[in-house]
Design a binder for this molecule. Structure first.
Ligand code: FES
Ligand code: FES
Length: 180
């Protein structure tokens, strides 16, 4: 039986514009891994149950094994490779220092899910973190270290945003006087 024709789609991945020829049934996971060599995104279950293939599409987390590649046309895609900019993201270092990664297969998916949470809630409590990563499966760590790593990254990101220099504090005070 003949294959349906390929269509060229254009999208942005980790800040780079790419053009790829895809068939109507190709999933984004395959395009990322096989066409663009972005092999940090993993295939676990291939049916939307493990979270290993999580990426961001226009800033929202999606499962790339269930996302048709053609849906990426015109969108901004971020994969685990795009988080280091150029230094590793605090989530990436926290997963390492907290022992939240063992075989590492699930780690990119957990980090992309956690990043989506921290982007909209900078200081999530433990219950919120657990709920948010409940769609990600890890066979190795037992999850405690993963929750700790997300908490640690949250603290580091908040600390980074906090002004330390007295002149910055003064400038902020002048820019945003109390009561205005
Ligand atoms: S590989 Fe996509 S959810 Fe498991
Ligand atoms: S670290 Fe091995 S599956 Fe999570």
């Amino acid at each position: 039986m003949s294959q349906p024709p390929k269509e060229v789609i254009k999208f942005e991945v980790n800040g780079r514009t790419v053009e790829v020829a895809v068939r109507p049934y190709d999933v984004l996971l395959d395009v990322l891994r096989n066409e663009l060599d972005l092999i940090g995104t993993k295939r676990g279950c291939d049916q939307g149950s493990c979270g290993c293939c999580a990426i961001h599409m226009d800033g929202r987390p999606v499962l790339s094994c269930l996302t048709l590649a053609k849906w990426a046309a015109g969108k901004k895609i971020t994969t685990i490779e795009g988080l280091a900019n150029p230094e590793p993201h605090p989530l990436q270092t926290a997963f390492e220092t907290c022992g939240a990664t063992q075989c590492g297969f699930c780690t990119p998916g957990f980090i992309m899910s956690a990043k989506a949470l921290l982007d909209r809630n900078a200081e999530p409590d433990e219950a919120t973190i657990k709920e948010h990563i409940s769609g990600n499966v890890c066979r190795c760590t037992g999850y405690l270290q993963i929750v700790e790593a997300v908490q640690k990254a949250s603290e580091e990101l908040l600390e980074k945003d906090r002004p330390h220099d007295a002149s910055v504090v003064e400038r902020n005070r002048q820019t945003h006087p109390a009561g205005r």
